[in-house]
Design a protein around this ligand. Structure first.
Ligand SMILES: [Zn+2]
Length: 106
């Protein structure tokens, strides 16, 4: 059974919480100075796109957890290896689909 057990889920949830906190801290500390748009300078609590996307990923992962869909690939429905989830708690695709996705995007 590849699907994360309760214990693994608890651990992954902690990882997500930690990641979320780290992103929030980074977003607050990070003053964008290499942006080429000129209307973001005084937006102290505006997240960069990257941080926003990361937070959205974390929220989506938590939502999948509460729905019992966590650890399932959103593309093919197969189970995502626990080692991968531990490395990337926000992973929503299995290694195979992620590779296809990245190739496609390029
Ligand atoms: Zn897949």
């Amino acid at each position: 059974m590849a699907y994360p057990t309760e214990k693994q889920l608890t651990h992954l949830r902690e990882l997500l919480d930690k990641q979320e906190t780290a992103v929030l801290i980074r977003a607050r500390v990070n003053v964008p100075d290499d942006t080429d748009s000129c209307d973001t300078t005084d937006a102290e609590d505006t997240f960069s796109n990257m941080e926003f996307a990361e937070l959205a990923d974390i929220e989506a992962a938590k939502k999948r957890m509460s729905e019992g869909q966590y650890g399932l690939c959103t593309e093919c429905g197969c189970t995502i290896a626990y080692a991968r989830l531990e490395a990337y708690p926000t992973a929503k695709r299995c290694t195979h689909c992620q590779r296809l996705h990245e190739q496609h995007r390029r």
